[in-house]
Design a protein around this ligand. Structure first.
Ligand code: FES
Ligand SMILES: [Fe+2]
Length: 387
């Protein structure tokens, strides 16, 4: 992010604090509570946003060296992602070409070959079928056309994108909607992965996304945790096509007041939180970034799974590993134990069906944008103004 923009955003936060105001969407919107429970809507979302849309599965740091691999199974197509011998990011359907067993069920690791546990067919990290045991018994197989089914894979700005459709297209710039230069400046491509968490919760995937969309709840829900380090009820908010960026206000912003702006940097007083359509939240701090990938449970609109991954600037992680891991896991615990825990209660209310609608306030513009963005992608009308 350009220095001038960092200063401008920090100054905006200071002014909001001084004036006692927050961002203002101008109107309130209302959404049907059934948006969080409707099986038909869930089915369309699954097809449109997960089965047929490019997916971010991690950062370059998840595949640090040739031979590293990760597997994901969050959006209907099991994926084996590798860094091949040449260092290229590749992605494959994690399904053996014999009878479809997963060639590995490990979440991550390092190996040049994948031997299917069922009958032992072996594939390289480039997907090529290398060996078929007992081929004289089995029959002759043309290995050149029985490699793992390859999926479109793009590595750019530190992100790993996979398309679940072998014929799908990934246009990183279009997906980022103008955020590419800014992401470049945060150096996501240099970050290393360490740990993460999986939260399977009784809440619709959109409710999980909603919890990241405002700072109105900081002083209340997070009074004993995040509110110690953040000012709630202020934020900067900007839209980047289908994505958006919030800048949360860190209390240390008070320390730079009156100091020369030449020395200011975002992490002195701001904490960027990005939403990338359709299901990614990025929380960017001085030491690294926490990525949250949110997925519906395709069998139940009332459930979702959040995959949380912690990434760090390597030199900072090396200097203070325990401290940084503790901060990261504490953040994860706040997401699960406070945000998602309360969202599970709102899910139960939506399921009870007595409350027709929920209201998104003027101070919750991220919710306005998010809900209207996915609605537009589903061909639905924008949300009604609440009066
Ligand atoms: S299913 Fe993989 S070797 Fe048979
Ligand atoms: Fe929260």
């Amino acid at each position: 992010m350009e220095h001038a923009v960092q200063v401008e955003l920090l100054q905006k936060l200071m002014k909001q604090l001084d004036d006692g105001v927050n961002v203002d969407a101008g109107v309130m919107l209302k959404n049907k509570a059934s948006a969080y429970t409707c099986p038909d809507m869930a089915k369309r979302e699954w097809e449109t946003f997960f089965r047929t849309h490019p997916q971010i599965i991690g950062l370059s740091g998840d595949l640090p060296e040739p031979g590293n691999f990760i597997t994901v199974e969050d959006f209907g197509v099991p994926v084996l992602a590798t860094r091949d011998k040449e260092g290229t990011f590749r992605a494959f359907h994690n399904a053996c070409r014999h009878r479809g067993a997963m060639v590995t069920t490990e979440k991550r690791g390092k190996q040049a070959k994948f031997t299917c546990p069922f009958h032992g067919w072996t594939f390289g990290s480039d997907g090529a079928l290398i060996a078929v045991p007992m081929e004289d018994h089995f029959g002759s197989i043309d290995k050149s056309c029985h490699g793992l089914i390859e999926l479109p894979a793009v590595e750019k700005y530190g992100f790993l994108w996979v398309h679940p459709d072998p014929k799908g297209e990934i246009d990183a710039e279009a997906l980022l909607g103008g955020l590419a230069p800014e992401f470049d400046s945060w150096g996501f491509d240099q970050m290393v992965n360490k740990d993460g968490a999986t939260y399977a919760m009784d809440l619709n995937w959109k409710l999980a996304i909603d919890t990241f969309g405002e700072t109105y709840h900081f002083k209340r829900l997070h009074k004993n945790t995040l509110a110690e380090g953040f000012y709630g009820d202020v934020q900067c908010y900007d839209i980047f096509e289908r994505n958006h960026r919030m800048i949360l206000c860190v209390k240390s912003i008070d320390d730079i007041r009156g100091t020369p702006t030449d020395n200011w940097k975002m992490s002195n007083g701001g904490f960027p939180v990005y939403y990338l359509f359709p299901n990614i939240q990025l929380n960017v701090g001085a030491a690294g970034m926490t990525m949250v990938r949110v997925y519906p449970d395709p069998k139940d609109p009332n459930r979702s799974i959040s995959q949380v991954s912690f990434y760090f600037r390597p030199e900072l992680l090396a200097a203070e590993p325990e401290k940084l891991m503790q901060i990261a896991h504490n953040f994860g615990r706040v997401i699960q134990g406070e945000d998602y825990a309360v969202a599970e209660t709102t899910q139960r209310a939506a399921q009870a069906g007595l409350q027709d609608y929920v209201i998104y306030g003027r101070n919750e513009p991220a919710l306005h944008h998010y809900h209207n963005t996915y609605r537009s992608a589903l061909g639905l009308e924008p949300l009604e103004v609440f009066e």
